[in-house]
Design a protein around this ligand. Sequence first.
Ligand SMILES: C[S@@+](CC[C@H](N)C(=O)[O-])C[C@H]1O[C@@H](n2cnc3c(N)ncnc32)[C@H](O)[C@@H]1O
Length: 224
Amino acid sequence: MKVIDVGCGAGKDLSRLESMVESIGEVVGLDISKEMVECANARMSSLPNVSVLCANATAIPFAEDYFDACRCERLLQHVPQPSEVIEEMVRVTKTGGRISITDIDWWSSTISMETESGERINNAITRGVVFNPNPSVGRHIRAHMSRTKKIVELDMFAQCLFTDTLAQADELLWLGERGKMAVQQNVISEDDYILWRQELEKMEEEGSFVFTINLYTVSGTISK
Ligand SMILES: C[S@@+](CC[C@H](N)C(=O)[O-])C[C@H]1O[C@@H](n2cnc3c(N)ncnc32)[C@H](O)[C@@H]1O
């Protein structure tokens, strides 16, 4: 099989795809960032049937119907028009082939805050900070895919991710960073940020900190 990972980043999923298609198949990673492509290529150097290209997901440099399967993970949140990318993924995938799209819904972030002031600041940060063009795209993947009319048998898998450590929420889910951006973008004041952070630290100390966020995967079969 020929498969492509669109917006593959540093290529964390390419070797897993390679193990699925085995040496007779072909795996392509594509990313718009030269640094990511270099990193993914270095990682994949021992796998001759894996190649990584620098290109825009809105113009995938392959003929139509080239791939048996096409996936993207956490890409759509970064593109202004997700439907353009989905159309392009459909174009390069064969009829009967599979397409799978995963993305997060940043607006679904919750924290187990019990004070009204903390909850107000938290909601302002969750909804107000602008850090990519499509923060809530996860919940809209299904709508985008069904609108093309060229993907059938849609299958959806939704996960609620959670952590009970502030360090993990900061590192993996940008919690502290989003708070700082909220100050820079005048969504909250510096004082609000300090209050919010103090409350989070206190919650962690007493063992009441819980952060949740939703992640969606929708897959389907191409029918052109
Ligand atoms: C959050 S990372 C996800 C990487 C990888 N899919 C993963 O799950 O680890 C998003 C990636 O999409 C890439 N990207 C953003 N816009 C793109 C575009 N228009 N075309 C191709 N890649 C793009 C970024 O360079 C980045 O590597």
